[in-house]
Design a protein around this ligand. Structure first.
Ligand SMILES: [Zn+2]
Length: 377
């Protein structure tokens, strides 16, 4: 007599929970709560009775790269399969099982028993199973006379989840399977579904960020040497290589995404830019700096923010993706001021003495009156 866990749910042939009939009938209860129900009770002669018997089959499909697998929860429920007097098989809800499927549950090799799996000891549950059988009798024309009883065959169904672990990262994979079919290799734990790649796989690994996925989706970045999911990589538009995005940046002038190490620094605005946007060590934005009409809305905004510029007719303007570039000249010096597009707050000031001196970053304390007049220092 197998030791059986609680029978609490009805399961369709595809393993989905359908409803919650209850089954609680031993001879003592029947005597207490009414006449015995018209069925025999039996169990497949061969089916797994303990979680221990299931683990090898549950783990079998998985191939883990430097990881481990264990059960994170598992319960065995006894589900009644109804054998009608003409040897057809169905669930209590009336769903017919094919002969082949029923056979795979072990229903053709059964051991009759006077016991049934015990759930809870109350009349409500007994009434529930009686009701289910009465409904089924209407559908399947079950024989209920004492000489030709239907048989309830209690088949073990298992559900729970396996956990795959890679260092501090853990992923859980839920399963809901018929025990005998699992042991016989007719069903198996589903694969792990990775939300990032959309893949369903048993071959699992973990990238250096701690993200678990299929091992085919993990690549090594040629720049950083880090192992990452391919979806996290970015593409350098100069070399066309896929790399860790930490090694990429978007050029504020060409707007191309390129490797940081390939960028050149513009001697005028001091920004790192795409080499394709550079000429004579100046970026295209700096080369294109020009005077702006006083009626241009951008000009009006800038003069509003920097009132002293109104006194200087020689200022010019250029644009990058993050900054507007203001160039101002007075008698002795030239200034290149980078201001935020939205706030017009100065972010950087580069100055040089005279017309041909080298451009140098200015400390905030040395920023010119044009900037200080805006109260930005
Ligand atoms: Zn520049």
């Amino acid at each position: 007599m197998p030791k059986i866990g609680s029978a609490s749910v009805a399961i369709s042939t595809d393993g989905q929970t359908m409803e919650t009939p209850a089954h609680n009938l031993n001879s003592t209860d029947s005597e207490k709560h009414g006449p015995k129900l018209p069925f025999r009770s039996a169990f497949p002669a061969e089916q797994p009775d303990s979680v221990h018997e299931l683990t090898d089959a549950l783990y079998a499909p998985f191939r883990l790269q430097n990881g481990s697998i264990h059960l994170s929860g598992c319960s065995i429920d006894s589900i009644p399969i109804v054998e009608t007097s003409d040897h057809k098989y169905c669930l209590l809800n009336g769903e017919i099982l094919s002969d082949r499927f029923a056979k795979s549950l072990g229903v053709q090799n059964i051991v009759e028993s006077s016991e049934i799996p015990l759930v809870r000891n109350n009349a409500e549950q007994i009434a529930s199973i009686r009701l289910e059988l009465e409904k089924l009798a209407d559908i399947q024309k079950l024989q209920t006379d004492s000489d030709n009883l239907v048989t309830l065959i209690w088949c073990h169904h298992v559900k729970g989840q396996v956990a795959v672990e890679f260092g501090d990262s853990t992923a859980y994979i839920a399963f809901s399977l018929w025990g005998k079919r699992l042991i016989d290799g007719l069903e198996q734990c589903p694969p792990y579904h990775c939300e990032l790649t959309g893949s369903d796989s048993y071959r699992l690994g973990c990238d250096d960020d701690g993200t678990i996925t299929d091992i085919e989706s993990i690549r090594t970045c040629p720049e950083s040497g880090r192992r990452l999911i391919i979806n996290k990589f970015g593409k350098c538009q100069i070399t066309n290589t896929l790399v860790d995005p930490a090694f990429l940046f978007q050029c504020p002038v060409s707007r191309r995404t390129i490797l940081k190490r390939l960028a050149k620094q513009c001697r005028r605005c001091q920004q790192d830019v795409d080499p394709a946007a550079m000429r004579r060590r100046q970026c295209k934005a700096c080369r294109d700096i020009k005077r702006v009409s006083p009626t241009d809305p951008r000009s009006q905004r800038i003069v509003e923010a920097f009132p002293k510029l109104a006194e200087n007719r020689r200022w010019k303007m250029g644009e990058q993706s993050d900054f507007l570039i203001i160039e101002v000249q007075d008698v002795a010096r030239s200034w290149t001021i980078l201001v935020d597009h939205q706030t017009l707050k100065p972010a950087l000031v580069v100055g040089r003495t005279g017309w041909f001196g080298p451009w140098k970053l200015a400390e905030a304390s040395d920023w010119p009156d044009y900037v200080k007049s805006a109260g930005s220092t």
